[in-house]
Design a protein around this ligand. Structure first.
Ligand SMILES: Cc1cc2nc3c(=O)[nH]c(=O)nc-3n(C[C@H](O)[C@H](O)[C@H](O)COP(=O)(O)OP(=O)(O)OC[C@H]3O[C@@H](n4cnc5c(N)ncnc54)[C@H](O)[C@@H]3O)c2cc1C
Length: 451
């Protein structure tokens, strides 16, 4: 064990949980684990690592699915889990300053008790950390209304590869004094700096929320229905999540006790829509009128309109039962595609036909945050690297290069890096590499991720 590790790095072997992210893939045996408890401790560790040319694997809540947080051989795992304090809560302005290791759900609960809401919301809310959300520019269910994590960040504090600390986090709503280093770090997946503190914008918590499920009519077209939601529900629209029939059947089968949907939903893609507002009665009238109108116009076959938020949870449970769906198809390939909503249906048909031809034994489930052009798919079991590659090609071959992307919200990490050139131009990638080289010339921060 190198002398400089004393007091700051614990030598391996490490607890199993530090060896992979949610995808479960391992990339090597890390040399040690550091769990600093302050920005100063992070800075001192990173400065020592740069001097010793010691590579680091930066870890938040390890709910990422691109392999970015999973350590490689001889890397030291740097876990942010002890930076878990909300340091400031300005209840007047709706701004919090929090440590990178704060769990997303903890922040949500804390601010909601005071009438505020942190609008980023993901199925992994109980484990993912704010630093990880920023590092991946996480999206989630309410992007259609509030934007990605990038849109709720006022400023960041971060430790650069030489141990210097940029910050303090900007808390001003408007601040154009020079480059936004915070926005450069958002979505950089731990390759440019280690986020230690974040200043975040809150929104007033809506008083009422309603969700409903639509069975799309055969000739309706998802994009047409989405467009109708945007215009018909206006500013109230807060989520629009699609689930293709195989996905719904898979979830109902995986959950066992789950309630099947009415027969009118059989074989049809379903759209789960959420609206927010100031009055339950107003939202009830809005959603009932809207659903009836879509049915009269032949755009939807049926609608489920739960009477309460509690009943609506059953619908959200369908959409969020991803872990249950994944279990029987491991090892699977997860897709996180960005595309023009006009192309969803034809893409899914083409991809399914290709999978049927190349990998007839695998199951494929399509779903996603379609309100903002983000289509997910799970394909498995793919039992060898060759099968994984066949699954990837079955989908990626139907994407238009540079007009679509292979990762809309999860990040490139290790898993998508060989496809980066289909989503970003050569000059884009060269500029990204130049930024990486200037901030981390020795390549100690998350080496082998993104590029
Ligand atoms: C059930 C489930 C549902 C999900 N739903 C969504 C969804 O709807 N939308 C979405 O975008 N994602 C989703 N995800 C993926 C994942 O939860 C997000 O990417 C999340 O933002 C990762 O946060 P984390 O703290 O777990 O980061 P980790 O997995 O630990 O790390 C992810 C990346 O960020 C880097 N990183 C972590 N912390 C820091 C830090 N402090 N400083 C610098 N770099 C850091 C890591 O090195 C790695 O490259 C889901 C995952 C699961 C398991």
């Amino acid at each position: 064990m190198p002398e400089w590790w004393a007091g700051q790095v614990q030598a391996g072997p490490l607890d199993e949980k530090y060896l992979h992210d949610w995808s479960g893939t391992r990339y090597g045996t890390p040399a040690g684990l550091a769990r600093p408890a302050s920005t100063q401790e992070v800075a001192s560790l990173v400065a020592d690592c740069q001097r010793a040319r010691q590579a680091l694997a930066v870890q938040g809540g390890r709910t990422g699915v691109s392999g970015g947080a999973a350590p490689g051989d001889s890397e030291v795992v740097l876990s942010l889990e002890r930076l878990d304090q909300v340091e400031e809560f300005d209840r007047r302005a709706g701004i919090v300053v929090a440590g990178a290791g704060v769990i997303l759900a903890d922040l949500q609960t804390m601010v909601e008790a005071e009438g505020w809401m942190f609008p980023i919301d993901l199925g992994s809310r109980g484990s993912c950390q704010l630093g990880g959300n920023a590092a991946t520019n996480a999206g989630g269910c309410r992007v259609v209304k509030y934007g990605n994590t990038r849109d709720v960040i006022l400023g960041l504090e971060a430790v650069l590869a030489d141990g210097s600390v940029i910050g303090p986090p900007n808390k001003l709503v408007k601040n154009n004094s020079g480059y936004s280093l915070s926005q450069l770090l958002v979505g950089s997946e731990g390759t440019l700096g280690i986020i230690t503190r974040l200043a975040l914008k809150l929104v007033p918590k809506p008083a009422a929320r309603r969700s409903f499920l639509l069975a799309l009519a055969p000739d309706a077209g998802l994009q047409t229905v989405l467009q109708r939601c945007k215009f018909g529900l206006g500013g109230a629209l807060s989520a629009a999540e699609a689930m293709w029939p195989d996905f719904i059947e898979g979830v109902v089968a995986a959950r066992g006790a789950g309630r099947a949907l009415p027969a009118s939903f059989a074989g049809r893609p379903a759209l789960l829509v959420e609206v927010e507002g100031e009055s339950h009665d107003v939202l009830a009238r809005l959603t009932e009128d809207f659903a009836s109108e879509l049915m009269e116009q032949g755009l939807v076959l049926d609608a489920i309109l739960p009477a309460s938020e509690r009943d609506a949870q059953q619908l959200w449970m369908l959409r969020e039962s991803i872990p249950e769906l994944q279990a029987p198809i491991r090892p699977y390939v997860g897709f996180d595609l960005g595309m023009d909503p006009a192309g969803y249906e034809s893409f899914v048909l083409l991809a399914k036909a290709q999978l049927q031809k190349d990998l007839p034994a695998v199951k494929s489930y399509f779903f996603g945050h379609v309100g903002d052009g983000n289509l997910h798919a799970l394909v498995g079991p793919c039992r060898s690297p060759e099968e994984m590659q066949l699954a990837e090609q079955a989908l990626y071959r139907h994407l238009k290069p540079l007009e679509t992307c292979v990762t809309a919200e999860h990040g490139v990490g290790r898993k998508k890096k060989s496809y980066l050139a289909s989503s970003r131009s050569a000059p884009d990638i060269a500029a990204m590499k130049a930024i990486k080289h200037s901030l981390d010339p020795l390549g100690i921060l998350n080496p082998g991720r993104i590029f």
